[in-house]
Design a protein around this ligand. Structure first.
Ligand code: NAD
Ligand code: UDP
Length: 317
């Protein structure tokens, strides 16, 4: 190991955001350990890194303890797509809660700095917009999204209790909808669904009336935000919103994807999902002020890159 080189653990490192993060960390010369149980991640997402001397891949489930020596931990392990996290909701909560306990225990033992990938879902179906970090949320604790929303809320609680009680050096990022290349084509989230549907000529499936909103952040911007939060001054622990404040209706997103792919696909209306948040838009004043961060990539630019990626892999699906 070079002097000054950090040993960085990324849990969920073979997933969508995790693989982009591992890539950046390796390029910047860190010694990276990627831990994943391949529930929604794929070895192929980090295949390009396997030959690098400063990258290791370890199959491990974070609901079990892990003993390593590290300087920094990015805790991303957890399925993020509603379709995927509802397949095995008990495991989803275990991953968030037991995973947080195990990774915080590792941080406590090694003195590592640890960043939690929390989520805008802690705000549930918000009654205020945009959502700032002081908003306490509107989450249904017994609905189909609760395994994820409440799991992530409990993980935040654990992070702040380890911070107060055990002086662990924490960072909590509340990530809003993020998209880009390497999302699984069958992942079930809206950007990958619409991309594949438009490229294969299938109808784009809009749940409900399509007037619900989301704010989409391109993955390179998100990775930059996460790394800035990890590397900022120790008094900035968060929670801090990371996302793109450019809010769009799901209907508008569907029209953009059809337009950008020159697709002949139609839009098909399907029943509204239970507890589907009606609006979501981050207030990123804190990220701007404390991290000097805001997204640089517009939805059009990001969609172009993402649709190019999906058009390259669509023949293999
Ligand atoms: P993803 O599903 O692509 O990646 C999650 C990774 O975690 C996968 O590689 C999966 O195999 C792994 N994993 C799941 N359970 C595990 C376990 N028990 N042990 C070890 N590994 C496990 O999702 P993503 O979009 O890359 O999200 C990464 C993180 O960011 C998640 O924690 C998610 O909650 C958070 N987040 C993402 C978004 C988004 O829009 N992408 C929004 C908010 C929060
Ligand atoms: N959505 C949709 N069609 C799809 C997938 C998702 O209309 O094929 C909608 C979904 O109902 C939600 C929004 O798109 O309102 C974002 O869904 P996604 O699963 O990407 O993430 P969420 O923000 O709900 O976690």
């Amino acid at each position: 190991m070079n002097i000054g080189q950090k040993k960085v653990l990324v849990t969920g490192g073979a997933g969508f955001i995790g693989s982009h993060l591992c890539n950046r960390l390796v390029i910047e010369g860190n010694d990276v350990i990627c831990v994943d149980n391949f529930y929604t991640g794929k070895k192929s997402n980090v295949e390009n890194l396997l030959r690098e001397k400063n990258f290791e891949l370890l199959r491990h489930d974070v609901t079990f303890p892990l003993f390593l020596e590290v300087d920094e931990i990015y805790n991303l392990a957890c399925p993020a797509s509603p379709v995927q996290y509802q397949v095995d909701p008990v495991q989803t909560t275990k991953t968030s809660v037991h995973g947080a306990i195990n990774m915080l225990g590792l941080a406590k033992r090694t003195g590592a700095k640890i960043l939690q990938a929390s989520t805008s879902e802690v705000y549930g179906d918000p009654e205020v917009s945009p959502q700032n970090e002081e908003y306490l949320g509107n989450v249904n604790p017994t609905g189909p999204r609760a395994c994820y929303d409440e799991g992530k809320r409990c993980a935040e609680t654990l992070f702040f209790d380890y911070f107060r009680q055990h002086k662990v050096n924490i960072r909590v990022a509340r990530i809003f909808n993020t998209y880009g290349p390497l999302m699984l084509p069958n992942d079930g989230r809206v950007v990958s669904n619409f991309a594949i549907q438009a490229l294969t000529g299938d109808a784009l499936t809009v749940y409900g009336n399509g007037n619900q909103t989301r704010s989409f952040c391109f993955v390179d911007d998100m990775v930059d935000g996460l790394m800035r939060l990890m590397n900022c001054s120790d008094d900035v622990v968060g929670p801090i919103n990371l996302g793109n404040p450019d809010e769009v209706k799901i209907n508008t997103l569907a029209e953009m994807v059809i337009d950008f792919t020159n697709s002949k696909s139609k839009i098909k209306s399907l029943p509204e999902l239970e507890d589907d948040p009606k609006q979501r838009c981050p207030d990123i004043s804190k990220a701007r002020a404390l991290l000097g961060w805001e997204p640089q990539i517009t939805l059009k630019e990001g969609l172009d890159k993402t649709l190019k990626h999906f058009s390259e892999i669509v023949s293999e699906i």
